[in-house]
Design a binder for this molecule. Sequence first.
Ligand code: ASP
Ligand code: MG
Length: 409
Amino acid sequence: MALIVEKFGGSSVGSVERIRHVASIVAADRGRGDDVVVVLSAMSGETDRLLELAARIDARCCGRELDMLLATGEQASAALLAMALAAEGVAAVSLTGAQARILTDAAWNRARITGIEAGAIRRHLDAGKTVIVAGFQGVDGGGNITTLGRGGSDTSAVAVAAALGAQECRIYSDVDGVYTTDPRVVNKARRLDRITFEEMLEMASLGSKVLQIRSVELAGKYNVPLRVLSTFRPGPGTRITYEEKSLENPGIAGIAFQRDEAQLTVRGVPDKPGVAARLLGPVADDGIEVDMIVQNVGSRDGAADFTFTVHRRDYERARAILEKTVAALGAGRVRGDDSIVKVSLVGVGMRSHSGVAAKMFRALAGEGIDIRMISTSEIKISVVLEEKNMETAVRVLHDAFNLESGGSL
Ligand code: ASP
Ligand code: MG
């Protein structure tokens, strides 16, 4: 008999009919003899509705009372599911985060889970009950209700699964798995049977629509096997696990992309120790996240060129900061482009294969696509391209690496 944690997202519990449907899924798993702990989101739209109510009273409302308010969304869906299960003849009990002993720090609205006293949930399981835990919430050391940040119920589910040593944590939503790339860009995109935690983190730009990335990190850390699957379309979904040695020939998992990127270049800065820090320090101090960084030493009199990328919304701000730094340095010119994108090829198979980058660049060259920047990690190759080339690039790479039929290298 296995212990399974099942998490259902807001759209899966968006109406009474849907809650009944979720109850039927849980009841079926229970019928197979597994112990089930369910972790729920609030009904879709409910958290937004509560936020709006709060904003009407105090537009800057935050802190303890906001958490007190927001936590009601998950409390309601959990209680409704317990009722729906009872109606199916399944003994169930719903618990708030505090009742389930999900302990957090006191960082209101974005609390971190510090521990779970598993005995609270176990007692109910031992009494033969299916336990329904309100996601997205916990309790701090002072007994106050806290919430974990938007999308936080995925994290609740993984943490509960880790604390209970569950065999699997199933994340149900309205998507039926993780795809090789966004099916809206490549209609031949294929659902992956499995992907590693590492690959999933690298695919974050796609994956974050499927599940909260923080929960993948947590699952990797505690080795909780995840499965992403659809509430509405039965199927095996996508398993997210550690790399399995037995798996022969791991290839390319998929292609991730980020549309809203911008590039900044400083030409002709003196190539002296401390210049990179001088240029990037003020940008970071302003809270701007810098992604790719490339520096190359130009041939002329020890001058260097320096290029980095930021999110497009930060472009003007970063550019203004750079102009100031360059003026203070008395050297260099700032150039920029706010219509670039990043396309990344992701797969653990790259570790053991050479020539993946060359193949990628050849495929892009074949379409006459100009590569602006390149960066690599052990399991990822990213290129910066002009925005107009994005969809073609993703499609041509999807073909070149046979992602439609298994992802060969
Ligand atoms: N209800 C919360 C939200 O909408 C938490 C969650 O759904 O995971 O962000
Ligand atoms: Mg959600």
